[in-house]
Design a protein around this ligand. Structure first.
Ligand code: ME8
Length: 521
């Protein structure tokens, strides 16, 4: 079993807003990946956190009459609490107001100044004040000089500031995207980046003087480091890369470069272009993959508080109360906007997915199998002696193939693909039960051996499917483990999924994993 450091990151979330489905989604899909990798024995580090500096936080705090630090402390705690509530297994939680982060950011910026990658200059351009982002002339024209995010007009802005020499990295970035077609995914997002790259790169500001809530430039404290530069560095400050004498470095530096950096599509440019260029300038290795998912919309429309379709933590909690935490994880992972198109979060679709996949397929199959073992085999796992009516399927090689597919898909961050490979085992078991009809065979005692053989295959296949689904449905798989006396999960998924681990004679208790939910609830 090989053990490799694997590092996965979410964006760090702004503290001027409360957590909502978008934040929970990104963090949950990262959590599923992290749990899955841990189950395969990898040495995982999963990072999330909060982005606490910048004009927006300064303004929100002013509106509420509190200090930016007080606002950051309060909202960061809410994000932190949500991680616990949703059982998300991050290994660390970085805050950009952590002193360890702040001093390392200054170190990195100092290195960039020394190398000439950061210089003092004047810049003029179209500025989206809400997003704190500059637009190229073409992009601004395309947007009709209006922010596509806030709907407010872009502003003409000129600043004396420190700049990062992004323009110097044009050809190296072009070469990079050519050499590493899998660096930015999915493909549609990569093409978007390539298109914009062809318009040519401008240098980007790394400091501002129009606000004070942030990290000060080394040697020029009137300049505050631009929130995006500050924020991007979190991925490496959390590993202590800017301070080799720190504990963070000692414990975590092996995780760089990141395996997966998961973001939403709206922050693609920062992560796919500026971030790699900064890393190149610092002579640090680049992440293996930057994956930009699309957006959740809600009941067919963009989420908005005024439209009443906003999915906040309380709404998500209601889903959890009704359908369980695993039910929510399953829905997010299988129906989410992982590809290039947005996904609609709809109450009726949630209900249908839960009912079809979890109640009628996984839950029903496990309950049918354990009920029959209870009835025909005295509640103990039968022995498979080989003789079996119908079902020409080779279960050992079939489950092995599904396992390989599920692992390969998860490694590519294809969560729906991985889950569907596991669910295909369950469907096959269902079909096998219908085809071989052990409940009919059992009417004649002469068929006892065959019935046992069929039920062994069913139970063993469900066990393997459950191991593959454990990262997505941890609570329910734990319930199955207890009811069927399967022992605790190990970190060796491949051997756990080997055919024949289920020992004849084991007590198999009846399980009802996913209760049916009344649509009206
Ligand atoms: O942008 N659907 O923070 P943020 C899916 N601090 N995902 C969504 C979503 C939606 N409707 N809305 C938000 C920031 N997200 C910066 C990041 S990183 C160095 C700095 C998710 O609080 C998605 O992952 O606005 C998106 O990228 C992130 O939340 C933005 O969170």
């Amino acid at each position: 079993m090989s053990t490799e450091p694997r590092y996965i990151t979410t964006p760090i979330y702004y503290v001027n807003d409360r957590p909502h489905i978008g934040h929970i989604y990104t963090t949950t899909i990262c959590d599923i990946w992290a749990k899955f990798q841990r189950l395969t024995g990898q040495d995982v580090f999963f990072l999330t956190g909060t982005d606490e500096h910048g004009v927006k936080v300064e303004q929100s705090a002013a509106e509420r009459g509190v200090s930016p630090q007080a606002l950051a402390d309060e909202v960061s705690k809410v994000f932190h609490g949500a991680l616990k509530e949703f059982d998300l297994s991050n290994d660390a939680f970085i805050r950009t107001t952590d002193p360890q982060h702040e001093t390392q950011v200054q170190q990195f910026v100092k290195r960039l100044m020394d190398s000439g990658d950061v210089y003092l200059g004047t810049f003029e351009g179209w500025y989206d004040a809400g997003q704190e982002e500059y637009y190229t002339e073409t992009k601004a024209r395309e947007a009709n000089y209006i922010s596509p995010i806030s709907g407010k007009p872009l502003e003409r802005a000129e600043e004396q500031n420190y700049y990062f020499r992004l323009s110097a990295y044009q050809s190296r970035l072009e070469q990079l995207f050519e050499d590493r077609p899998d660096l930015v995914r999915p493909e549609a997002r990569r093409n978007e980046v390539l298109g914009r790259l062809r318009e040519g790169l401008q240098d980007v500001p790394v400091s501002r003087t129009n606000f004070t809530w942030g990290i000060h430039m080394p040697d020029a404290p009137e300049h505050v480091i631009y929130v995006w530069i500050d924020a991007l560095f979190n991925y490496i400050t959390a590993l202590g890369l800017g301070d080799p004498s720190s504990d963070w470095y000692a414990e975590r530096h092996r995780y760089w470069p990141a395996s997966m950096q998961i973001i939403g599509k709206e922050i693609l440019w920062f992560h796919a272009v500026i971030w790699p260029a900064l890393l190149m300038a610092l002579e640090l290795p680049l992440p293996h993959c930057i994956y930009a998912h699309s957006f959740w919309i809600s009941e067919g429309k963009k989420m908005s508080k005024s439209m009443g379709n906003f999915i906040d933590l309380e709404t998500l909690q209601q889903y959890v109360d009704t359908y369980s935490r695993d039910g929510l994880r399953f829905y997010l992972a299988t129906q989410g906007p992982l590809g290039a198109t947005d996904a609609d979060f709809s109450r009726s679709q949630f209900h249908d997915v839960y009912t079809t996949e979890l109640v009628n397929t996984l839950g029903n199959c496990a309950s049918r199998t354990s009920a029959m073992i209870g009835k025909y085999c005295g509640g103990q796992c039968p022995t498979d002696t080989g003789a079996c009516a119908g079902g020409g399927i080779e279960w050992d090689s079939f489950t092995q193939t599904q396992m390989e597919t599920a692992i390969a898909a998860m490694n590519r961050f294809d969560l729906p693909g991985s889950i569907s490979a596991a669910m295909a085992i369950v469907r096959q078991v269902d079909a096998f039960i219908n085809e071989t009809a052990p409940f009919k065979l059992a009417k004649d005692p002469a068929n006892a051996e065959q019935v046992g053989n069929i039920l062994y295959r069913c139970a063993e296949s469900i066990r393997i499917a459950a191991c593959l689904l454990e990262a997505t449905l941890p609570e329910h798989v734990a319930e199955l483990r207890t009811a069927w006396n399967l022992g605790a999960a190990t970190n060796d998924l491949t051997s756990q999924c080997a055919w024949g681990q289920l020992k004849p004679g084991t007590d198999i208790n009846k399980v009802a994993l996913f209760p049916r939910v009344d649509e009206a609830s």
